[in-house]
Ligand binder design. Structure first.
Ligand SMILES: [Zn+2]
Ligand SMILES: [Zn+2]
Length: 147
């Protein structure tokens, strides 16, 4: 299992690559996010229920589609989850690695780490990248949306 510490470490590694001084703000924002999700998770059922998660999210492993070595000797891998190409997770910003558990959202096919998207869906019901609704609206009035 991944812990919040793993996510934090993933962010710290990313920070080294970018050498951005302002990245500190991003880290603090992430802490706020965790705090917020804790608060919201208890007070307001803003996210998806465990049942909805189980019914909607399909967990699959990250696979290596193709692997090649560049002229400079770097190994570049093309990764995919159930045939959908993926590079990095928009929530933790870490690159996907082979055999990690990931989730492809059914509506928009955006891909996230399993543990990242589950944390996200504790306080939201839409895709964090494109805001595509991932779950049926709660208490949606039975109205004809097509007019
Ligand atoms: Zn992630
Ligand atoms: Zn999306």
């Amino acid at each position: 299992m991944y812990t919040d510490l793993d996510l934090l470490l993933a962010r710290l590694e990313g920070r080294d690559e970018q050498r951005v001084e302002g990245a500190r703000d991003a880290g603090e924002g992430y802490d706020d996010f965790l705090l917020l999700s804790d608060v919201l998770g208890q007070a307001v059922p803003a996210g998806a229920s465990a049942t909805e998660l189980a019914e909607t999210l399909t967990v699959a492993r990250v696979e290596c589609e193709r692997r090649r070595v560049t002229k400079s000797g770097k190994v570049k891998s093309k990764l995919s989850v159930v045939g959908v190409r993926c590079v990095d997770c928009a929530i933790c910003l870490a690159r996907f690695k082979v055999d990690q558990f990931a989730v492809v959202l059914p509506e928009c096919l955006h891909i996230f780490h399993d543990h990242c998207i589950r944390s996200w869906f504790r306080l939201s019901r839409v895709c964090p990248v494109c805001r595509a609704p991932t779950f049926p609206e709660p208490q949606a009035p039975q109205r004809d949306l097509l007019q």
